[in-house]
Write a protein that binds this ligand. Sequence first.
Ligand SMILES: *Cc1c(COP(=O)(O)O)cnc(C)c1O
Length: 417
Amino acid sequence: MISNPENFQAILGAPGVTGKTVTDLPEDGLKEFIQSTIYKNQELKEPFYVLDLGVVISIMNKWTRTLPAVRPFYAVKCNPDPSFLGALAALGASFDCASRAEIESVLSLGVSPDRIIFANPCKFESHIKYAARVGVNLTTFDSQTEIEKIRKHHPKCDLLIRVKSPDDSGARCPLGPKYGALPEEVEPLLQAAQDAQLSVLGVSFHIGSGATYSSAYEGAIAAAKAIFDSASRLGMPKMHVLNIGGGFTAGPNFDDAANIVKSAIQTYFLDEPGLTIISEPGRFFAESAFTLATNIIGKRVRGELREYWINDGVYGSMNCILYDHAILNATPFVGSGNGGDHTRHDAKTYSSTVFGPTCDALDTVLTDYRLPELQVNDWLVFPNMGAYTAAAGSNFNGFNTSAISTHLVYSNSKLTR
Ligand SMILES: *Cc1c(COP(=O)(O)O)cnc(C)c1O
């Protein structure tokens, strides 16, 4: 059942998608699609991504249903794939950009500049000038020098003060060590912004990426309310924007996090009727929309241990193991010329190591992972590879992550989830 055919039509016409082949998949058709792509790919055997636009629609629906009062600005750094950005734009998302290039890529989709927040508290001067030129008029800051740069190069820009979240201890990637004003720094910064005749519309925080304790939102929202009150005490214009940042995951944690956010806003912002609430989800939107298929290019047997080499790794898409503390899962697929029978694998599994292609031992993707006996030219397929993967890959050793192609599919069964 297609519950939102109009959304799908909008995506098909989106920049970044239009003109590309989008394969319609039956329910649970992803496996068959990957298997058939593997067969078609038999010459090159290059790794490839599959982006499921049906998942993008269902995730956007999930957000809108669960947090209708919170406007999402997708954090582009998480995955800047042009088709993905185009699909999100067509579904009405706004965007969190951190650099000139990110702003350019979002504007090139036809997104208007008022759907962009330049949410980097420490920006290149040249990028601030660029934002001023193209009309991106909302940014964050957490230092005096940033106020000075903005005053000089983009004085009409509205500001959100980025504050350190009181608790990001449960996050996979805490951001507190780098960003966010400390409680005692907030009033002097607000005062400095006022002296510079800049307008501070509200407060922004990030509880850390891949947050495990959703309760962190509550403490941060309470702290934000205290800052709204400080601003009033300082005689500043009334604050009216609350930016709750990212940190969401698409799994069962999301409902929990959303409930905590809603109830904290009820508790602390009940007397702020004109409040605009925005968010900067990255992982929530990107993670489950992408699947990565990699080819086994080498094998070594050492007793019971099986060792495999695949053609993407830690210097490519799997940099998430280092930077994002990700733990990956893989499913084997039979390669062309290896029998072709999807069920060939017998039940016996071996402790296996899976290496990436570069000549660095750090380039290890899976260790002590149970896999059936596989052969060179079989494939390993990694689900949930959309967040902080290809975005931060390199060309180290001549293996070029940015050249990995992305196949677009649409599994409409996901719409009923
Ligand atoms: C990285 C980042 C995000 C996205 O965080 P997720 O945990 O992926 O949702 C949002 N806002 C800012 C300022 C960021 O740096």
